[in-house]
Design a protein around this ligand. Structure first.
Ligand code: TXA
Ligand code: MG
Length: 349
């Protein structure tokens, strides 16, 4: 299949392109499209064959459920069997936007879309291209992040083309993703509700709206996380990555880079904008500044892909425990690092 890449601007949406893209989805084909979080790999949410195509294109295990994207908040009731008061309140407050809610599903949503579960993940994105596409499709759009399984999520159309060229009919190029991290997932089939994946909206923000929620214990420990997708190795660059945190982290990273370079290895360093001049050796990739965590979030997946292009053997990353997005950023970094962390303040045995 030949993949067509078409530019679409959020300010002046080309209706002809959207109409054609919508028709592809309705007829069972796949279209990758921009959202405010990351690019999605979309297919018809009510069509079991479309779900199978998505799993095949991604190389993703079919027990890993897909998020159903809707364009109007009322459409929630067309896929969810029960909408608890708190789910209603949170979605009214944060939709359209980077929030996904898990609810009991209606029978019309096929098990192929939900990875065999009787619950459904629903999201109403704020990106206008995404919403126009959902409307034009005349259905709802099942979409995981538009990357090959295990690779970093995609925040530009060129990343999507790298991973999925020849696997999708069309890629809508809407420019760089505004947020760059996937949506916050909140499971309302439990009480109190549980955050299954941290994202742009953090625990504090959610609790301001609906009161106490839990964070899935599996996120921090080795216990199996409840969002099936969170158990897989993720966002993984080809290089072996390590997070170095604590007092004197920069110094430790410098030593490690020196050691690796002496062994003839290519080392990449991920650091804050302020720290970039601390590193004289290795390939340095500055993320955002200390007071610009949004920039760190936006750049993260792009930088992980760049370390691959560079052919890095090892990556050392500073920790980014920033005030609002720190939990979400560190969740992605820890997965990319396969949980390899050096804390300089811990006594070495
Ligand atoms: O920002 C986003 O959420 C992006 C854009 C494209 O919308 N989508 C996205 O999809 O990140 P994906 O498939 O890469 O991640 C969805 C996560 C997976 O970890 C999956 O296991 C979990 O959501 N999930 C989906 N449906 C679920 C359900 N019914 N119960 C529990 N977890 C679910
Ligand atoms: Mg994903």
């Amino acid at each position: 299949m030949k993949t067509r890449i078409l530019e679409v601007s959020e300010e002046h949406i080309d209706e002809n392109i959207i109409r054609e893209a919508g028709r592809i989805i309705k007829e069972g084909g796949l279209v990758a499209f921009p959202t405010e979080t990351v690019y999605g790999l979309g297919g018809n949410a009510f069509d079991p064959q479309s779900a199978k195509k998505i799993y095949a294109a991604k190389g993703r295990p079919s027990d890993n459920p897909l998020i159903v994207h809707i364009a109007e908040s009322g459409d929630l009731y067309k896929v969810a069997a029960e909408v608890p008061e708190k789910a209603k309140k949170l979605s009214e407050e944060l939709w359209p936007g980077p929030l996904t809610i898990i609810l009991k599903k209606l029978p019309v949503v096929p098990k192929e879309t939900t990875g065999g579960l009787d619950t459904v993940a629903v999201r109403l994105p704020s990106n206008r291209i995404a919403r126009a596409l959902i409307r034009a499709s005349g259905t709802f759009i099942a979409a995981p992040s538009a990357n090959r399984s295990g690779r970093p999520s995609t925040t530009r159309a060129s990343h999507v083309a790298e991973d999925l060229d020849g696997q999708v009919e069309m890629i809508l190029d809407g420019g760089g993703s505004a947020i760059g991290l996937e949506s916050t997932i909140v499971d309302f089939t439990a009480e109190p509700p549980v955050i299954l994946r941290p994202g742009y909206y953090n625990k504090k923000r959610i609790e301001e709206i609906i009161g106490p929620v839990e964070a899935d214990a599996g996120l921090e420990s080795d216990a199996a996380p409840k969002a099936p997708g969170m158990k897989y190795r993720h966002y993984a660059p080809k290089a072996e990555m390590t997070i170095v945190e604590g007092e004197g982290a920069a110094e430790r990273i410098r030593e490690l880079v020196r050691e690796k370079e002496e062994q003839g290895k290519k080392a990449a360093v991920l650091c804050s904008e302020e720290h970039k001049d601390l590193y004289r050796q290795g390939f340095v990739f500055p993320l955002g500044g200390a007071d610009n965590e949004e920039e760190t979030a936006r750049k993260l997946f792009d930088v992980l892909r760049k370390t691959d292009e560079l052919g890095a053997d090892v990556i050392y990353s500073e920790a980014f425990n920033t005030p609002n997005l720190g939990t979400a950023i560190m969740n992605r970094l820890q997965k990319a690092a396969g949980h390899r962390i050096i804390n300089t303040e811990e006594v070495q045995e």
